[in-house]
Write a protein that binds this ligand. Structure first.
Ligand SMILES: C[S@@+](CC[C@H](N)C(=O)[O-])C[C@H]1O[C@@H](n2cnc3c(N)ncnc32)[C@H](O)[C@@H]1O
Length: 228
């Protein structure tokens, strides 16, 4: 709720960008040159191929995954709050000759049902879950964005990630989110919360990977008959 109120005064469609162009460029150089092809291979096998699939990269950043999916034949929409990142993703799409298979949408992830409603064969959300306004409503939103018979993939840092480096304010806000469900700013969710929240909805298959202590990685398959 508090995050939603603050967002009412910070509108990306009016030119507000929380990411400085230099920061976006540095992130793109360090993390966004290429996607992890092992992950892309695994997703491809899991969803039965990318060709012709409609994919939403929610919080797409420099677009390395969106471009990798488009290279394999998917029709991909990059949705991000940052004009700087979307511009980098656009340039990457052009350089990779997949611009005709990509679309770009600016706005809050939480507004994706209005701005990029789909429904989508795959909703991909990597290292940006915690920027959502609220964990519970964001899990529901991701579920609703997925088409019946479609898939969701979430990889997020959890509350254990670099816990020792948190400022007092971040530590308090992480505790409030974990124990009171009150989210202010962008605290990482407690381990297991996303799995629990998604399990409130019908699913055909849900795999949770907790092999990395600081990350929760969830794969969800929505049943054919489920409502959006
Ligand atoms: C750490 S980057 C991750 C980018 C990409 N998913 C990746 O795997 O490299 C976080 C991304 O989330 C975007 N972001 C942050 N807050 C957002 C929000 N409220 N709505 C949409 N995108 C947001 C940032 O602009 C940035 O592109």
């Amino acid at each position: 709720m508090i995050n939603r109120i603050i967002a009412a005064f910070q509108r990306p469609e009016d030119g507000w960008d929380p990411i400085r162009p230099q920061y976006a460029a540095a992130y793109a150089r360090e993390h966004g040159e290429e996607a992890d092809e092992t992950l892309v291979d695994a997703l491809e096998a899991w969803i039965g191929g990318f060709a012709g699939k409609h994919v939403l990269d929610l919080g797409s950043g420099p677009g390395q995954y969106a471009v990798a999916f488009a290279r394999r034949g998917a029709l991909v929409t990059c949705h991000d709050i940052s004009r700087s990142y979307l511009q980098i993703a656009r340039e990457k799409a052009q350089a990779s000759c997949v611009a005709d298979r990509m679309r770009f949408s600016i706005g809050y992830m939480d507004d994706a049902l209005c701005l990029a409603p789909g429904p989508w064969d795959l909703v991909f959300n990597r290292v940006c879950w915690y920027y959502a306004f609220d964990d519970r409503s964001f899990a529901e939103l991701i579920y609703r964005l997925i088409a019946p018979g479609g898939y969701g993939y979430i990889d997020t840092h959890n509350a254990s990630f670099r816990r020792e480096d948190l400022s007092l304010s971040s530590a308090v806000r992480t505790w409030m989110n974990s124990h009171l469900g009150l989210k202010i700013g962008h605290p990482h969710p407690p381990r297991g919360r996303i799995e629990q929240l998604l399990k409130r909805h019908p699913f055909k298959r849900l795999d949770a990977d907790y092999s990395s202590p600081g990350n929760d990685r969830i794969r969800l398959e929505k049943p054919e008959g489920a409502s959006t």
